[in-house]
Design a protein around this ligand. Structure first.
Ligand code: UT7
Length: 316
């Protein structure tokens, strides 16, 4: 019987420090307003990592919570895949730091670099490993501290990002109706110059309007691709869990799928754009508050630097 990768637990971890738009502008002396940020992006506040917080510490805590929700222990984890653009070190990978933090003494871990699409890429790799039998369980984590790579004089980008982590714990299950149905990954290196980090430490550079245009068309296309690959109509989708970059892009995707707004998970207002953490964070929030339930058809999508973009369709 075929194996399916089933999400058994989700977890999130946000830094304790929260700044609303006015506090952010005051702290960094920005020439901006709460109204501009809310109207252009939908963001009202974001969490910011403090001195003791890092991609490792936030990711490890999100992973612990995902394991707890699954009723699993770290001994049961075969593989950790971390998506991050803000690792603690160039190497070793954030995944092995998290492996140590969880007290794991077996299995393997590595990081994936696909910017804001990183979680979708990492989830797709985990799914392939679980279905091929290379691992029986996996932690997939998106964790970011973008506050450390922002140019605080660039008001067009620094107001848009936040810090946080989200994680899922998956197991390979035989003959399950639930699980990942398919993932669809894309990149186009010709667009590398419109969203990138200078060198390895930053700052981040983004041509926002250009990225916005790509986001609307590429996300619409990859969502169609995911539905067509599974012979499903958009009416089958119970929940859209989109990358949380901009409320205007999220609403456009909801309209494209004909989903009422209450079927689209939105956290950009509270978390801002947490890059690779944004999709697992949003998923974790909607599972945690009981909106997304076992058996629901869930569509994940994201776009980010690369450009990279992708979608995953799964039965939760
Ligand atoms: O996570 C990866 C994917 N990323 C995205 O999907 C982000 C996509 N892009 C966006 O979300 C939007 O393009 C932004 C939110 C970044 C910007 O919104 P926009 O409607 O495209 O604004 P804009 O960049 O065209 O700027 C409009 C005006 C400009 O002034 P002028 O030239 O019209 O006089 C900017 O200088 O707004 C000005 N502006 C600001 N004003 C107040 C730019 N940033 C700010 C600011 N506060 N923070």
């Amino acid at each position: 019987m075929a194996l399916r990768s089933v999400i058994q637990g989700c977890g999130a971890c946000l830094p304790a420090q929260v700044l609303d738009n006015v506090e952010l502008a005051e702290r960094h002396g920005l020439d901006t307003t709460d109204t501009w940020i809310r109207e252009r992006s939908g963001i009202t506040r974001r969490h910011m990592a403090g001195p003791g917080e890092s991609a490792t510490s936030l990711g490890a805590e999100a992973a612990r919570r995902a394991l707890a929700q699954a009723g699993a222990t770290a001994d049961e984890v075969d593989c950790i895949i971390v998506a991050t653009a803000t690792p603690d070190n160039a190497f070793p990978a954030t995944a092995v730091h998290i492996q140590r933090e969880l007290g794991m003494t077996r299995g393997f871990g590595f990081d994936v670099s696909a910017a804001c699409t990183g979680f979708i890429f990492a989830l797709s790799i985990a799914d392939s490993m679980l279905r091929s039998g290379q691992a029986r369980s996996a932690l997939v984590i998106g964790t970011e501290v973008y506050s450390r790579i922002l140019d605080w004089t660039d008001r067009g980008t620094c107001v848009l990002f936040g810090d946080g982590a989200g994680a899922v714990f998956l197991r390979a299950v035989e003959g399950s109706e639930r699980g990942i149905l398919s993932s669809h990954l894309h990149s186009d290196g010709r667009q590398a110059g419109i969203l990138y980090v200078e060198g390895t430490d930053g700052p981040l550079r983004m041509a926002g309007r250009e990225v916005f245009k790509h986001a609307v068309t590429k996300l619409a296309a990859v969502v169609d691709e995911a539905l067509a690959a599974n012979g499903l109509d958009r009416s089958a989708v119970d929940w859209l869990v989109p990358h949380q970059a901009n409320i205007r892009i999220i609403e456009a995707m909801g309209r494209k799928l004909d989903l009422p707004p209450e079927r689209v998970v939105v956290t950009v207002d509270q978390h801002a754009n947490t890059s690779a953490a944004s999709v697992p964070l949003a998923l974790s929030v909607a599972v945690g508050d009981g909106r997304i339930r076992q058996g629901d058809l869930v569509l994940l999508e994201a776009i980010g630097g690369g450009l990279t973009w992708g979608a995953t369709l799964l039965r939760f």
